[in-house]
Design a protein around this ligand. Structure first.
Ligand code: HEC
Length: 139
């Protein structure tokens, strides 16, 4: 029972050490056959406050209804510490390519089993998704 209740992306979620989960499903295939973002597509430096600020605005408009900034689940998992739990490219793919992820990625499917709702594609541009990722890095 406790496992089920605390499972949706919370701190008690059973998963491997950071970095082992969230590898895009096509990473082993060495390409982006399905247009997924790979680590090589991302250039993460120090946190860019300006980008993070824009990401926060997108969050307020398009994500807040389902995602808290804490650890608690609303419809989807809370975002606190998400960049410690997940690879940046995996996060980008959850934002930009949710349907592929829910079909192919075991970690995404685990979340779906826990949350019981398919996250709808929010139709963000690449830049918008990147700004949200930057915002997540500040949480
Ligand atoms: C209608 C509710 C809903 C909205 C709106 C929504 N999400 Fe989600 N999100 C979910 C659900 C539910 C999941 C868990 C996967 C699933 O069941 O599809 C999820 C999972 C995620 C994950 C993975 C979380 C984790 O802990 O690994 C990320 C990242 C994410 N969403 C980003 C976003 C972003 C960015 C937005 C806004 C642009 C957004 N979501 C809007 C429902 C939503």
């Amino acid at each position: 029972m406790i496992l089920v209740l605390g499972a949706c992306g919370g701190p008690s979620e059973p998963s491997g050490p950071p970095g082992t989960s969230g590898t895009p499903p096509d990473a082993a295939a060495g390409g982006s056959a399905k247009g997924l973002v790979t680590a090589a597509d991302l250039n993460l430096g120090g946190i860019d406050q300006d980008m993070a600020e824009k990401g926060k605005t997108t969050y307020d408009v398009k994500c807040q209804a389902c995602h808290s900034l804490g650890e608690n689940r609303v419809v989807g998992p809370g975002w606190k510490g998400i960049t410690q739990r997940r690879e940046p490219a995996w996060i980008m793919n959850m934002i930009l390519n949710i349907d592929v992820m829910l079909t192919d990625d075991p970690e995404a499917q685990k979340l779906l089993e826990q949350c019981l709702v398919r996250m709808p594609n929010q139709n963000l541009s690449n830049d918008e998704a990147r700004q949200v990722l930057e915002y997540m890095r500040t949480l």
